[in-house]
Ligand binder design. Sequence first.
Ligand SMILES: *Cc1c(COP(=O)(O)O)cnc(C)c1O
Length: 374
Amino acid sequence: MQFIDLKTQQSRIRDRIEANIRAVLDHGQYVMGPEIAELERRLAEAAGIRHATACASGTDALLMILMARGIGPGDAVFTTPFTFIATAEVIRLLGAVPVFVDIDPATFNIDPDQLDAAVSGFDPEAAGLTPRAVIPVDLFGLPADYDAVTAVARRHGLFVLEDAAQSFGAAYRGRNAGALGDAAATSFFPAKPLGGYGDGGMCFTDDDALAEALVSIRVHGMGADKYDNVRIGINGRMDTLQAAVLLAKFEIFPEELTRRRAVADRYAEALEGVVVPRVPEGYRSAWAQYSILAETGRHRKAIQDCLAAAGIPFAVYYPIPLHRQTAFRSLGYQEGDFPVTEDCAARILSLPMHPYLEPADQDRIIGAVNGTKC
Ligand SMILES: *Cc1c(COP(=O)(O)O)cnc(C)c1O
C-alpha cells in the first residue's frame, strides 16, 4: 500500500503523457514553449480568474507575489504557524517578518477572530514594522474562511495572498481555490492534488498590474526591452516539459477530485475514536491529505504502531509548528504561544489519501485506526 499512489494514475494516462512530452521534444522550445501558455489558460479558466502565471514551484509563486507587492524589510505579514515551512520562509527571505496567528481546531486553518485580535493589537511603532499582508493557507486542501479573513484584511488595508499549494480544485462559497484572495499561489509538487513530475507552481490574480509584474519578476525583472530589466526578479520559469505533463494530468483531474471525495466520505463514515476532518457547509476540499486527530499523543502513538505493524504508511503534518522551528528562533516565540496549533501538532495524523485507494486497502486502514485489527 502507498501513501500516495502515482503509478496507477500514470498507467491510466501514460500514452497522453508520452505524446505531450514527444511534442515538446519535436518543437524543441524547452523554455517558455507553447504548453506554458496553454496550461496558464486552462488553469485560469478552471479557477475562474483572469491571470495565471506559471512558475518553477509553489514557493516561487508565493515569493514572486510578495515581490510584486514590494514586501520587504520593515514589513509584517500575518500567517499561520501550522503549515509547511515555505509559507513563512518566503516572508523572511524578503527581509519581512512573519507574525503568526493561531488556527481554528475544526479546520486547521487561520482563525479569523484571532487574526482580527492580532492585527488590531499590533503596535507598528513598538514593532518597527508596517502590517502589509496576510497569507491564509488552505491546509490539507480545505480553504480558509476567506469572507472573514478578507473582512479583517480590508479593515486594516492588508493584501490577502491565498496559499493554495494544497487546495487547487477546492471551492469556497461558490468560488474556486486560486480565486479566494487578492492573489493566490499553488504548487504542482508530485504529492499535491494536481502534481507534476518534478517542481512547478502557478500564481493567480485578477489584478492586471500585479499579473504584469509577475511575468516580469519570473524572468529576472525583464521589461519591454529584453536587455533593460526594470526591477529585480528571479529565474522562476516553469519548464515546458513540466507543463506538458500537467496538461495530460489535468484532463483527469476533475474525476480524481471526485474519487478523493469518495475516499474521504468512506473514512468519515467508518473511523471511530478519532476526530475526522469536517468540511463546513459551502466548502469543498481538494483532499490533499486526510488528517485525523487522536485523543492524545499517546493514542496517536498507539495508532501509528498499529498502522506500522500492518505495513500501512502514514505521516504527521506537521510535527513542529513554525514558531517552534530553529530557523525562526530569532522571532522570539515560546512554547505555549499558539496552544491550538501545538495541541493539533501533538495529536494529528495523516492517513493514505489518493484517488486510487482500493476499498479493501481502506478497510485495513480503518481497522488499524479503530484498533479492531491490531
Ligand atoms: C507544498 C507547499 C508549498 C510549497 O510548494 P513547492 O512547490 O513545494 O515549492 C507552500 N505552501 C504549502 C502549504 C505547501 O503545502
